[in-house]
Design a protein around this ligand. Structure first.
Ligand SMILES: [Zn+2]
Length: 179
């Protein structure tokens, strides 16, 4: 069985705690998003470098820790690009991104976990720095996804940080509160 494409709209995580990973984006201080990105990236490094069988899928239709690590790395890169757009342009429309197509095209399951660990750390730093530098009215700058979902920099920050925390839960069972 192949991976079933994820077409769910995850913007509900801005309105209520996630029933899976337990993370409550609305209660999380926006100023903590930047340091949390780095703390989470460090935790991913431990996952990607510390386990044998990191490339093994727990079930045929579930990504391996390696595949999730690749996904988190690419989300961090993509969201840093989108954040730059929001800060530089007025209400930009983000170019579309198909995460499941990317996973297949980039052969996530065949990548080197040690390289992915380095790349994930490298991807975390610039977006963390960029969020750390957001100030004042910049939190209210806007942008929109191609499916019509609208964000401010603040909701975008909250939405983004749920991704790596949720996927860390997917591979370790650890919740956002215990990261
Ligand atoms: Zn979650």
């Amino acid at each position: 069985m192949a991976i079933i494409p994820d077409t769910k709209d995850w913007t509900w995580v801005l309105r209520r705690p996630c029933p899976d990973c337990g993370f409550d984006t609305s209660a999380f201080p926006r100023e903590q998003v930047a340091p949390m990105i780095l703390a989470n990236a460090a935790a991913w490094r431990d996952v990607l470098t510390g386990q044998p069988g990191v490339s093994v899928r727990p079930a045929p239709d579930r990504w391996s820790p390696l595949e999730y690590g690749c996904h988190v790395r690419d989300v961090l890169r993509l969201y840093d690009f989108r954040l730059q757009l929001m800060l530089a342009e007025d209400d930009p429309l983000f170019p579309n991104w198909d995460q499941d197509e990317t996973a297949v095209a980039e052969r996530y399951g065949e990548q080197d976990p040690l390289v992915v660990a380095d790349e994930l750390s490298s991807a975390a730093r610039p977006i963390s720095d960029r969020f750390a530098a957001v100030a004042g009215d910049q939190w209210q700058r806007t942008g929109a996804r191609s499916d019509g979902a609208c964000f401010t920099v603040e909701t975008f920050a909250r939405y983004l940080i749920h991704y790596p925390i949720h996927h860390f839960y997917d591979v370790t069972g650890a919740t956002g509160r215990t990261l």
